[in-house]
Design a protein around this ligand. Structure first.
Ligand code: 4AD
Length: 503
């Protein structure tokens, strides 16, 4: 409904003292005798609107009092700056029109279980947390495009239906393509490599699919990946590109999403640290760290800290449970109930970490050179660092067929994974590509791939082959890391999970 008089909540700062009309939804409300406090959200922010019985018609006052959460309305009033108020501005209401009243909105401000919220994802997107994450995801995607566009990279849209497998054969989603078995792309890399031979510096950016049977907090079956590819680049050049790129994204989030980070409880100082140079470790060094005394001490100390945290949480929970039995107003009861849900959920997570600590310690101690790093190994290394860490030079057997072998060191490839710090784990995988025709052909055969599907890819090594490489950054993992969100299912509007698609 176009409305030239409409003001957005984000614009209230320019309208102090003026009368404005907001259009939005009722996020929350409370009444206290002759005054009502309505929190309105309009997509750009939240605003507390104060309705005094003496200043509006009686009928409107009582209709507003009965108005359910998520009712839509337009509301008119005078803007007042108030630091204590959500968003920093308030509206002293003079009039309102109810567009569509709502009753029994299923998601209340109290906490709900994950399954319930995923089933109500179409509504849950309106919650403050999801709104903040969505805004930050938008900034990240905008920063990704800007970084490459401003640095001379050309965007190439690669196909989603393909015959080639870029990564492991076990995680392909098959598509019946007019009777022929093809699959959904795992990566745009192979196609974008061809484009790099035309434009020099390119990137593709789109959805990718993995039928990985992983139910972890880091796995989706459909996720967004951006993949730059550069002709005439070596491993050092790739690491430099990746650290500049990730630092650029973090700086953009800091600049554009201060209030969302605050609402999510993210400490800006952790993002301010994301600046080049990042740490650099070889895989062999990581294997030594995992099996050495440093990791044993680190995990033992972590276990002590977790046990202390558990004790503090239990004390706090017991205190609140005691308070609950006293004489309280309804809003106080609700507040304690919501706090208890939060604390019990944190306690559950701490218990899981206490349980996992010895298992992870055992896996690390028994780590053998040659295996890919497991999720818990990555977590340990990333917990030991306060900035992202590059792990380079993995064993050839642990990685994809297209990675170039290190001609100076037997058995390893010129690749890297970038691990986000503080336990988050991998957000980027990349490598220099095998550019020798015969070696690549041999690797394709070794991996049991049908060489006929890779003739075109081999051609790139036949006609003007050059050293080249690139990487892929997973959008949802980056969003989860920068928003300190525990599970990446919260970092895409409609997540696709291994065991379920809800909506
Ligand atoms: O390490 P990966 O598998 O690398 C590639 O696909 C290369 N072809 C990229 C390239 O060199 N052009 O995946 C890259 C990134 C991971 O670091 C992770 O962030 C994300 O993609 N990713 C996933 N994100 C969510 N769910 C999954 N199942 C993911 N698998 C990978």
């Amino acid at each position: 409904m176009p409305n030239s008089n409409k003001t957005y909540i984000a614009e209230l700062k320019n309208n102090v003292g003026r009368q404005v009309t907001l259009s939005g939804w009722l996020y929350n409300s409370r009444a206290s005798g002759k005054i009502q406090f309505l929190i309105i959200r309009d997509g750009t922010g939240l605003c507390q609107c104060i309705v005094e019985k003496a200043k509006v018609a009686d009928e409107l006052f009582s209709r507003l009092k009965r108005l359910g959460q998520e009712s839509s309305l337009t509301i008119t009033g005078t803007v007042r700056a108030d630091e204590r108020s959500v968003g920093g501005y308030e509206l002293t209401v003079t009039d309102a029109k109810i567009v569509s009243p709502t009753t029994d909105y299923p998601i209340t401000p109290k906490s709900h279980g994950t399954d319930f919220l995923l089933k109500h994802r179409h509504l849950h997107l309106r919650s403050q947390r999801q709104w903040c994450i969505g805004k930050i995801r938008h900034t990240i995607i905008d920063a990704i495009r800007r970084f490459f566009n401003d640095n001379g990279f050309i965007l190439i849209d690669t196909p989603i239906i393909t015959a080639t497998a870029g990564e492991d054969l076990q995680s392909l989603f098959e598509v019946d393509y007019f009777g022929s078995p093809l699959h959904l792309t795992q990566t745009g890399q192979l196609h974008v490599e061809s484009a790099a031979m035309s434009f020099g510096k390119v990137y593709c950016f789109g959805p990718t699919f993995r039928a990985e049977k992983s139910k972890t907090r880091r796995h989706l079956t459909e996720f967004w990946m951006v993949e730059p590819e550069v002709a005439f680049i070596d491993l050092d050049g790739l690491l430099e590109l990746a650290e500049n790129f990730v630092s650029f994204i973090a700086a953009d989030v800091l600049q554009n999403n201060k209030s969302q980070l605050e609402t999510l409880g993210v400490d800006s100082a952790t993002l301010e640290k994301i600046k080049p140079p990042f740490y650099r470790l070889t895989y062999t060094k990581v294997a030594d760290i995992l099996t050495g005394q440093k990791t044993r001490d680190f995990l033992a100390q972590q276990l002590e800290e977790l046990k202390n945290q558990k004790q503090q949480l239990e004390t706090k929970i017991a205190e609140l449970e005691k308070q609950q039995t006293g004489q309280l107003k309804q809003w106080q009861k609700d507040k304690i109930a919501a706090e208890l849900i939060e604390l019990r959920s944190t306690l559950g997570e701490v218990d899981t970490r206490i349980e996992n600590n010895p298992k992870h310690a055992k896996l690390a101690a028994e780590f053998q050179w040659g295996k890919d790093l497991g999720g818990s190994d990555e977590t340990i290394i990333s917990q030991m660092h306060d900035k992202p860490v590059f792990v380079t030079h993995y064993p050839k057997e642990a990685k994809a067929f297209y990675m170039k072998t290190d001609r100076d060191e037997e058995g390893v490839v010129l690749n890297f994974d970038l691990l986000a710090p503080a336990g988050f784990g991998e957000i980027i995988g990349g490598s220099v590509r095998e550019d020798d025709y015969d070696l690549l052909l041999a690797r394709i055969a070794e991996y049991g791939l049908d060489v006929e599907n890779y003739r075109w890819y081999l051609d790139l090594r036949k006609y003007g082959s050059v050293p080249h490489g690139g990487f892929g950054l997973g959008v949802e993992r980056t969003v989860a890391w920068l928003t300190a969100e525990k599970h990446i299912r919260q970092c895409i509007a409609f997540p696709r999970l291994m065991d379920k698609i809800y909506i």
